[in-house]
Design a protein around this ligand. Sequence first.
Ligand code: AMP
Ligand code: MG
Length: 414
Amino acid sequence: MMEQRKPIPVSEAVRKVVEHAGKLGHERVKLEDSDQRILAEPIVAGHPVPPFDRSPYDGFAIIAASSAGASGDNRITYKIVDQIGAGAVSEKKLSGNEAVRIMTGAPLPENADAVVMFEQTVEAEDSFTIRKSFEPLENVSLKGEDVAQGETVIESGSSIHPGTVALLATFGYSTVKVAKQPVVGILSTGTELLDVSEPLVPGKIRNSNGPMIAAQLKRMGISCKTYGLSADQLDESFETVKRAAAETDCLITTGGVSVGDFDFLPAIYERLGAKVLFNKVAMRPGSVTTVAVADGKFLFGLSGNPSACFTGFELFVRPALLKIMGAENLYLPKTRAILSEDFTKANPFTRFIRAIYDGRNVSPAGFNKSNAVASIAKGNALIVLPPGTRGFKSGDEVDVLLIGVEEGSPTWTI
Ligand code: AMP
Ligand code: MG
């Protein structure tokens, strides 16, 4: 007898997955290996940035008060008493109309409180003149203006990106405490599947889901174990899934979760004694997406249909892995955009449509069935159409999820 599956709303499915995701602890990695990892400690400023008052320009350090009254008719002359580049410190203590020739990044000499840019001077041998007065601290990059000592600049749980790496380097973090990464496995099921390198033969297709998921994981900074292809054979598939689940924290399978004669994942979950969190989601594509937990390990049963598989990963696998990795922001950045094509098809389920978002408008990325693969390649976003009886028209404002954007980034509006 075929079991009756009860669809649950997408938001409830996401909540269930996230609820079951636990952290794995943390480890120390070298700074150069930290990109894309999740911080397991806050970045605290061990010193002010900049660490000293410095020149933001190439020019001359002066005492601002000495420039009072300077004008085109009353040029004030300065004597150059020293010359320093970035990295050097002048021994000179300025007085009166003395100046130190100073390069960008060099610390201001004692008593200096303004910097005249080269372009603002007429130079002679050991002197120069200026035609305008300077305010105290004009053209000075002040100690601590960027970051104050002791400030928590980035919170624990943030994803490390190149900017974070720069900050970590600034404060001398040669190693960083980051959340441990889950071991993730991928198994592509389907007797029809060929390896990427194999020639096409009648009835068969190449496995596109496996490499796609590996790339989706890579975009999150996660490497994976690949368990290759598994034919639709209950006993064999069971053994492979059992072994893979034992070796990983999270096993992603594609295909075989539907109700066809050769869809064996439901039976495999049962044999494993796995707790099925849900096996039907009120969404298109990917309503058969199934998530189970066995011995604390996640088993993500994504649909074999490429668009459904892609969407299932972004909606369910991604936040679960981010939570496991200790991230604060689990969900895809969302924005609103103007639909630039009619989308008349109404649906009782939430629709996720692979789309092209240009910063203002969004349009379907092409052929849009759940088994489509070209539109996955062409799109950079997912249009989210809530369930309902009406369709959507060009000009309607809709929700858009941005794919491949660094989590936590503000979204782009023109
Ligand atoms: P299934 O979810 O197993 O019912 O598969 C649904 C559809 O997706 C079928 O047309 C399969 O041939 C196709 N499919 C399944 N697995 C893959 C895969 N790894 N790569 C590309 N297409 C797949
Ligand atoms: Mg199949």
